[in-house]
Design a protein around this ligand. Structure first.
Ligand code: OAK
Length: 839
């Protein structure tokens, strides 16, 4: 043992040995020990992955003391705890983030360099845990970071998918999906806890019977059972000792389950059962903002929810608290409706398993749950055919029917003689085939319902959840999303972090509002110069990445105009393309035209079954092929599609962006969070009045935001009065030329069929009002080009954008949730050699 407590002030006051020490010498020794004893390698044979693993284990050791102390103190104090239920956690790589939060990034970088290695290269080795699709999953990850940083007792509960979001390859311009084998080389960040495994029932039927005491009871007789094994990952807060837990469940066949089959010699039959069980946590459904209605998906949802609630009851009982205090011990947040089955499951556990009365169980349930809605798109609202639902969860269906009877009685009392309201609000859609409506279940079973940006919450109240707002106005709240500045600034943009810190100190990292102090520097020529140089260097790095991966040379002096997010028609990547084709047409018509050089960068995945989204990816790549090669363009325009957009790539992209494209049809994007990450890194936004763009613009000032397009209200009005996209096509020559160019086969080797579905959808439907917003977008982009020519003005705007992002820290969001929904308080974790640590 080495006692280094006095070498480093951060280690003061607690035992420091070879597995906890933060001094460079101790870290180095730990690294080399792990290379030898964990990886079984010496330097000559070690691969970059061996080095990554050796470092990851050294850092994990440094988390463990904090993690164990955190658990011990929460247990001893019986702390009120947030349980964040989410089918997705898009965590991104852990190592770099843990180095930042432990505040040892630079020391480790130096120590690693002294051994002739490069930290950046080791970080690249980490397989990203991509257990989410996009916004909703990444938000959950940012919230875990903030919960730990704010020292709030919390658990993230979800699914340990064996395959996360697919890897995207591009072949001949088309997206191709490859399975994401993220666990291939092992995962140093998780610890399996088989001792806390739980059993989950599926299928079968229910038995109604009278027990030995003459009481009426209901028993669920399942026809399948699976075991949930928890895998825990520590979630360290920034510059605090708190290390909370992300607990993800893996499905396995119960040991006893195939016993009979084995005994009867049906080996393959027994193995088959095992395979069926393990399928449950096999793969993440790759749909963003849409629901497929597959039984396996409902099984996944029920599986992780049941595991988690049973786990929480175990924790409660372990702390000798009565079940009646469930809602005092836990505040459960439902991340959209994916975990909404929890409402019925908690009722079942309390009533059937723990013999509580209906009324007590319902009171506890409603006080436990709160529901966040993340979408206004009708296709994303989850509903399950009653038959499918009943075949998997027969007891839950009974409970939902009973809940519905009681709920509709309440509606009748509040709104007498209103049958259409009853059918609109029912938990069961009976307008045709019968469905269970998960959003309704979530609304009824929760004490709080929130949207994720001010506009979104208003639209929920006026439209999607209008009846529920009338029924329960007091339940509705807004909680505007936020992002963690640790990952999306400190880790991903070290140069800017250092510049900012040199001027205003480093407390902004945990109190983002302090960035406001940068406003004083917005017109300082020297500061502006430094700000620009950093952006330039970040752009050069991205340019090198583009050259390496796409073979395209781009000009770091051009505007880096970036659209990076999932592909969806409402997000309007296609509108960006229409702008590109318009600029190209102008050049072709007049090769000497003055155009501010731009590099258009796209990134994002399309759901594998989403034909139109995949065709837009193909169109981007096809347009890129033509424009990038055309000598008339003289390099003034470049188009780049970066494949496999994920958290790692996002971290490279935000710091290098000049212009952030946030161009969804107003009223469609619930919030957006990429918009916040871009602005935090000094990109200016071109955007519609949609989602959180509205609030971003309010914060940064209208003069520092490029606004275009119809408002949500105008979109509704236009739709109501009969929108005809053809009118725009006929009356706008540039628009017509752009669409005709695409339709003519110019970008598809003469093939006029390939992009026809895209062109036709705009001309005949244009569900998302691209043509209505086209001219406004083109004009606004003109303003962007002009603004960029005045570098002092642009830099001034860029600084103010970053300086005014304080509101969009996920720390602020989490503080709002804590105060207004969860009613939880921070708990300080100490590292002293307390009794709990010794025992
Ligand atoms: C995914 C599946 C179903 C429903 C919603 C989603 C989703 O990702 N929604 C997104 O959530 C983000 C976080 O709140 C928002 O910023 C995005 O606007 C929203 O589309």
């Amino acid at each position: 043992l080495q006692y280094n407590s006095f070498e480093d002030p951060r280690c003061e006051g607690y035992l420091e040995d070879g597995r906890t020490g933060m001094s460079p010498s101790t870290l180095k020794r730990a690294f080399l020990n792990n290379l030898f004893y964990v990886q079984g390698k010496f330097k000559a044979l070690a691969t970059p992955n061996d080095y990554y693993m050796a470092l990851a284990y050294a850092i994990r050791d440094r988390l463990l003391q904090r993690w164990i102390n955190t658990a011990a103190i929460y247990t001893a104090q019986g702390s009120r705890t947030v349980a964040y239920f989410s089918a997705e956690f898009l965590m991104g790589p852990h190592l770099g983030n843990n180095l930042i939060n432990l505040d040892i990034y630079k020391d480790v970088e130096k120590g690693i360099a002294e051994m002739g290695l490069n930290l950046g290269e080791l970080l690249e080795q980490e397989e990203e845990p991509g257990l989410g699709n996009g916004g909703l999953g990444r938000l959950a990850a940012c919230y875990l970071d903030s919960l730990a940083t704010l020292e709030i007792p919390s658990l993230g509960y979800g699914i340990r998918y064996e395959f996360g979001i697919f890897d995207q390859e591009i072949e001949d311009g088309w997206q191709v999906e490859i399975t994401d084998k993220w666990l291939r080389f092992g995962n140093p960040w998780e610890i399996a806890r088989p001792e806390w495994a739980v059993e989950v029932k599926l299928g079968g039927h229910t038995d109604h019977y009278v027990d030995d005491h003459g009481r009426y009871r209901i028993r669920w007789v399942p026809d399948q059972q699976v075991t949930g094994i928890p895998y825990d990952t520590p979630i360290l807060g920034c510059q605090t000792n708190t290390a909370n837990t992300l607990r993800l469940w893996t499905a396995e066949a119960p040991e006893s389950f195939n016993f009979n089959a084995f005994n009867s010699g049906d080996y393959l039959g027994a193995v088959y059962e095992k395979v069926v069980s393990e399928n449950i946590s096999k793969v993440l459904y790759p749909n963003d903002d849409s629901s497929q209605g597959k039984k396996l998906r409902l099984t996944q949802q029920y599986f992780f929810v049941s595991c988690s609630l049973q786990d929480m009851i175990r924790i409660l009982v372990g702390q000798e608290l009565p079940l009646e205090k469930f809602h005092e011990k836990f505040a459960v947040q439902l991340n959209d409706t994916h975990p909404a089955i929890a409402v019925a499951e908690l009722m079942r556990l309390l009533i059937d398993m723990h013999h509580m009365s209906w009324d007590s169980a319902w009171s506890i349930t409603q006080r436990t749950f709160a529901y966040t809605n993340h979408t206004l798109l009708p296709e994303a609202l989850e509903r399950w055919p009653v038959e499918l639902f009943g075949s998997l969860l027969p007891r839950h269906l009974e409970i939902i029917y009973e809940l519905n009877d009681r709920f509709l009685d309440e509606v009748r009392i509040k709104f007498p003689e209103d049958d259409s309201r009853l059918s609109r609000m029912s938990l069961i859609d009976e307008s045709g085939e019968r469905y269970v409506r998960m959003a309704h279940l979530a609304c009824v079973g929760s004490h709080a319902i929130n949207g994720v940006a001010a506009l979104h919450t208003e639209l929920l109240k006026q439209d999607v959840l209008y009846d529920f707002y009338q029924m329960y106005p007091g339940k509705f709240q807004n909680k505007t999303n936020g992002v963690t500045p640790r990952r999306f600034m400190v880790l991903s943009n070290p140069a800017l972090t250092e510049l900012v810190t040199s001027k205003i100190g480093d407390t902004w990292i945990k109190n983002l509002g302090e960035l406001q102090k940068l406003e004083a520097w917005a017109d300082n020529p020297e500061f502006q110069q430094q700000w620009r140089q950093i952006k330039q260097a970040n752009k050069q790095e991205l340019a090198a990445y583009i050259q390496k991966h796409n073979g395209i040379i781009v000009d770091p002096n051009s505007i880096f105009d970036i659209l990076a997010k999932r592909f969806h028609e409402y997000k309007r990547q296609y509108l960006d393309l229409l702008h590109i084709v318009t600029l190209y047409n102008r050049i072709k018509a007049n090769p000497d035209i003055e155009i501010t050089p731009r590099t258009f960068i796209f990134g994002g995945k399309a759901a594998p079954g989403y034909f139109m989204a995949k065709l837009i990816i193909k169109l981007i790549n096809s347009v890129a092929d033509v424009i990038n090669r055309d000598p008339d363009v003289r390099g003034r325009l470049k188009v780049v599609f970066l494949k496999n957009y994920n958290v790692k790539l996002a971290q490279r992209i935000y710091p290098a962006a000049d212009l952030s494209e946030q161009i969804s049809t107003a009223g469609k994007e619930a919030s957006g969070t990429g918009n916040m990450k871009f602005a935090l890194n000094g990109a200016l936004t071109i955007g519609t009045l949609d989602g959180a763009n509205v609030e971003i613009r309010e914060e940064v000032g209208a003069e520092n935001f490029f606004l275009f397009g119809l408002t949500a209200e105008q979109v509704y009005a236009k739709r109501a009065s009969g929108y005809n996209p053809m009118e725009y096509y006929n009356s706008n020559a540039e628009l017509r030329l752009a669409l005709d160019r695409i339709a003519s086969g110019f970008f598809s080797h003469g093939d006029t069929e390939l992009f026809k579905p895209l062109v036709d959808s705009l001309l005949h439907h244009d569900q998302y009002f691209l043509l209505a917003d086209y001219q406004s977008y083109i004009d606004c982009q003109e303003q962007v080009g002009l603004a960029y020519r005045d570098q002092d003005r642009w830099t001034h705007m860029s600084i103010l954008n970053a300086a005014r992002m304080g509101k969009f820290s996920s720390d602020r969001s989490i503080q709002d949730y804590c105060r207004e929904i969860w009613k939880v308080e921070p708990v300080t974790i100490t590292l002293e050699n307390s009794e709990v640590t010794d025992s």
